[in-house]
Design a protein around this ligand. Structure first.
Ligand SMILES: Cc1cc2c(cc1C)N(C[C@H](O)[C@H](O)[C@H](O)COP(=O)(O)OP(=O)(O)OC[C@H]1O[C@@H](n3cnc4c(N)ncnc43)[C@H](O)[C@@H]1O)c1[nH]c(=O)[nH]c(=O)c1N2
Ligand SMILES: CCCCC(=O)C(=O)O
Ligand SMILES: [Mn+2]
Length: 492
């Protein structure tokens, strides 16, 4: 069996592709990018949806009129196409559509929407860009989907403080475009061009986490609208200090809360200088174990992580590239392709960010969907976790792609399966469960970055412990006593 991987010292990331029936090398991966499937073009298996509303026509009409008074007629929709788009994300979870979609324009409107919904005891589901991977936007009870994308202002840009405050309609690429001229950037980069507030809501990360951390380490303050319409600033209005020891850390309570505790209506983020020089490389290993071991050696060899990622001066970058190149070559890597130019690096990283669509393109079909696991284990356990997973896939002859944010101990297995086949669906369910079980046994987590959503809540007690989960439930009850905020997600 042969594996290929791409690796960048900048991002400390490895992609493994597993050879089964599907195309198996990086060139094929790039080629299949031509058949790129854009977000929102769902496999038809997900075009079917459940009607979940408990409304009668009269109540629905009253709700619509009251919300219309808040947001105005152009910013409310009951059209089926709009509702369909708001009842699902990019995951395998079945769409369940809202009764109404509203598009508030400012925080005050979000607050008024929340007051109406609380008054009428209607469920509310925040919607960012719908790129989530755990069913977070699915409207289990119908109700109101609150699409925050029309709030798209960059409110406070404090260049000297490396700080910016963005509304939910600002995506990571839009922010970086805005900052580029000043030599600054925001590095947290899930593959999709997600909204930054949605990224805060899911505690997202991406290829840069080894050096820059996840959303948890990069959010300084949040403006949040609670279910009863109260507006709070988790670190105090306007505050954006590098550190604070004042009170409980409410910011990190809302980071990762997946819309179950409130609406994030702005996020104050930490910014960084764009490094002078970056180098990326792609190479191949014959065995996945060797690739993982090589990455671990790079992390353990005494070169500081920041430098392993090849940030810095040209000279430093060259030295680090040579150390890492030697370690990889010793571990059996071949076919190195170095990329220092911006366009070549962008090409490589675009391919990496679009891997999910490349994988989808390898098995077209009306009922084919993907399920991507995202467990994370302590780095010392990564080789075991991946090699055991690989064996599972081999034993069951099931096509699965393994790719990983290896520097973080976080890896994905993406299964493509036919939702019309009971056998395939059950097998994928069983194997993804095994992957999580294994990660938990190794003291890992069921989700490193995609969130708990629907699919992982059954593991929460085992992972966090019954008393912690009980406390989470009490917090949820305190902030959302009627259970109206994104019901059915996160908590078992
Ligand atoms: C191709 C590709 C590649 C990747 C990923 C997706 C895709 C399609 N993702 C997953 C996804 O991009 C990530 O979870 C984003 O943070 C989701 O942001 P959205 O704005 O799309 O949230 P989306 O609209 O999907 O909502 C996600 C959840 O957050 C809630 N929410 C959204 N906005 C909110 C707000 N303003 N206030 C309160 N709650 C809100 C929603 O209710 C829902 O529960 C990912 N992720 C990752 O961490 N690492 C990765 O490497 C990748 N890679
Ligand atoms: C293909 C795995 C799911 C998306 C993702 O998280 C990534 O590309 O890193
Ligand atoms: Mn990922």
């Amino acid at each position: 069996m042969r594996f290929s991987f791409s690796w960048s010292t900048r991002h400390q990331q490895v992609i493994f592709k597993q050879r089964f029936n599907f195309s198996s090398n990086f060139n094929n991966l790039n080629r299949s990018l031509n058949a790129h499937i854009k977000p929102f073009s769902l496999p038809s298996s997900q075009r079917s949806f459940s009607k979940t509303s408990s409304f009668n026509n009269i109540d629905l009409q009253i709700l619509k009129e009251r919300l219309c008074e808040v947001v105005g007629p152009p910013n409310i929709s009951t059209a089926e196409s709009t509702r369909l788009q708001h009842g699902k994300d990019e995951s395998h979870h079945r769409a369940q559509i809202p009764d109404i979609v509203v598009f508030p324009s400012n925080t005050q409107e979000v607050s008024e929407v929340a007051k109406v919904c609380t008054d009428m005891k209607v469920t509310m589901v925040p919607f960012g860009t719908g790129t989530g991977m755990e069913g977070g936007c699915v409207c289990t009870h119908g109700g109101v989907s609150v699409d925050l994308s029309r709030m798209a202002e960059i409110r406070e840009y404090q260049q000297a403080d490396f700080s910016v405050c963005v509304e939910p309609g600002v995506t990571r690429l839009a922010l970086n475009e805005y900052l580029r001229g000043d030599g600054l950037w925001f590095p947290v980069d899930p593959g999709a061009d997600a909204s930054l507030c949605g990224m805060a809501a899911t505690s997202a990360s991406g290829t840069n986490a080894v050096r820059y951390g996840t959303m948890r380490e990069n959010v300084r303050n949040l403006e949040v609208v609670l279910s009863d319409g109260t507006i709070i600033h988790t670190a105090g209005q306007g505050r954006h200090t590098v550190k604070s020891s004042a009170g409980y850390n409410l910011t990190n309570l809302f980071v990762g809360s997946e819309g179950t505790l409130g609406f994030i209506t702005s996020a104050t983020l930490k910014l960084y200088g764009i490094p002078d020089t970056m180098t990326s490389a792609v190479c191949q290993f014959d065995e996945v174990e060797r690739a993982v071991t090589a990455v671990l050696h790079v992390l353990q060899c005494g070169v500081a992580v920041a430098r392993i990622e090849f940030h810095g001066s040209e000279k430093q970058t060259e030295e680090d590239a040579s150390v890492v190149g030697d370690i990889f070559a010793d571990a059996g890597a071949s076919g190195f392709q170095w990329a220092s130019s911006l366009s070549e690096r962008n090409r490589l990283w675009k391919a990496r960010h679009d891997t999910l669509y490349a994988i989808l393109a390898t098995r077209p079909g009306p009922q084919i969907t993907q399920l991507s696991t995202d467990v994370c284990v302590p780095i010392s356990q990564l080789t075991k976790a991946i090699t055991d997973t690989e064996k599972d896939l081999e034993d069951h002859k099931l096509p699965g792609y393994i790719l990983g944010h290896v520097g973080d101990g976080n890896y994905h297995v993406t299964f493509l399966y036919d939702t019309g086949s009971e056998t395939e669906t059950q097998l994928v369910g069983k194997l993804s469960e095994r992957i999580v079980e294994r990660a938990l046994e190794l003291n890992g987590t069921c989700t490193g970055e995609h969130g708990t959503g629907f699919g992982k809540k059954k593991y929460l007690v085992r992972e966090a412990g019954p008393d912690s989960v009980s406390l989470m439930k009490q917090i949820k009850h305190l902030l959302d006593p009627h259970g109206l905020m994104n019901p059915g997600k996160v908590l078992p």
